[in-house]
Design a protein around this ligand. Structure first.
Ligand code: ADP
Ligand code: MG
Length: 306
């Protein structure tokens, strides 16, 4: 097969591992920087060009689209889909998962448990907003944040009101969430490929830190999932329509609750914590589904050659 990895930087750990795994399994690989792809949209023959050449004969695409290039990146991926290329994750599923509110609303509709969550932009009544999510302590998040930046724990109503008002002043969309204290500053990253959780790790925040982000000094260890945790992670990925997903769970007193679903989950942390070859599992997934010629996320025929 000929596989294209959509990635801005071939030197990134995840990209490197996917290239390595695809080559080891006998495939040809090209890495394309989505921002350098240009396209035409016509009725019959959509094309993608790169550095003066048309890109042809790609059987499958592995999108590794960073949050900052979601808009253009998903447009390029969509173009490949129009050309009949099999996407490891579909553009529409990636767009869905990048919108935190939409994701939580979809999961709520499917009965996937999550922390009680409120959304607000310019709440006219901060006290009522707090009451709606069960009162303090609450976690307040900037919708656009990543790596734990813009995630604040407010333990008292006064603190919560101040933070909400400060964020309001920035004209940012915020999310206000029940604090799952019993998670103990840890979360669980479940790596889903197809209909399986193929790896899981527990990320524990540094001493005195409720945020478990590895970028904030958290550490990762192996963990054994319960059947309920597995089922929740799989259901979350399915709800988003993602074949490959990093589902982040918190262990709450009422069972696993989903915090977020990542459509381009990084490989470095999880491969190092588990010693598993998750890159190869993704290539294998592509191989299997090219054989069947069906994209399981949508149950539509792909036109790839197999
Ligand atoms: P980011 O997208 O910036 O990583 P997250 O929503 O994942 O933001 O939050 C960062 C970390 O904060 C999580 O990994 C988790 O450890 C902690 N956290 C987030 N929300 C909650 C919550 N509702 N209850 C308890 N801990 C939380
Ligand atoms: Mg996170």
């Amino acid at each position: 097969m000929k596989i294209a990895v959509l990635s801005r930087n071939p030197k990134l750990y995840s990209t490197r591992r996917l290239i390595e795994a695809a080559k080891a399994r006998g495939h040809e690989v090209v890495v394309l920087d989505v921002l350098r792809c240009y396209m035409n949209v016509t009725a019959n023959r959509p094309e993608v060009h790169y550095n003066g050449h048309e890109i042809t004969g790609i059987d499958a695409v592995i999108p590794r689209i960073g949050a900052s290039v979601t808009f253009y990146g998903t447009a390029v991926l969509r173009q490949f889909e129009m050309m009949g290329t099999f996407p490891l994750n579909e553009s529409v599923a990636i767009s869905r998962s990048r919108d935190k509110l939409r994701s939580l609303q979809l999961m709520s509709r499917k009965g996937v448990d999550m922390p009680v969550t409120g959304f607000a932009h310019k709440p006219g009544d901060t006290k009522d907003l707090l009451k709606m999510v069960g009162g303090t302590p609450v976690v307040i998040k900037l919708l656009e944040g990543t790596q734990g930046i813009g995630v604040v724990l407010a333990e008292t109503p006064k603190a919560a009101e101040s933070v909400v008002e400060a964020f309001m002043g920035l004209k940012a969309n915020i999310l206000i969430q029940e604090f799952i204290k019993e998670a103990g500053g840890a979360d669980i990253r479940c790596f889903v490929v197809g209909d399986k959780v193929v790896a899981a790790m527990k990320r524990q925040g540094a001493e005195g830190e409720f945020r478990s982000n590895l970028h904030r000094g958290g550490s990762a260890t192996l963990t054994k999932l319960t059947a309920k945790e597995r089922a929740t992670a799989i259901k979350a990925a399915k709800t988003m329509g993602l074949n490959v997903a990093g589902v982040d769970l918190l262990r709450s007193a009422r069972g696993p609750v989903v915090m977020e679903v990542n459509s381009s989950p990084g490989l470095e942390g999880i491969e190092k914590a588990t010693s598993l070859d998750i890159a190869s599992m993704q290539i294998e997934f592509i191989e299997k589904h090219m054989e069947k010629n069906v994209n399981p996320a949508t149950l539509t025929k792909t036109r790839g050659k197999g």
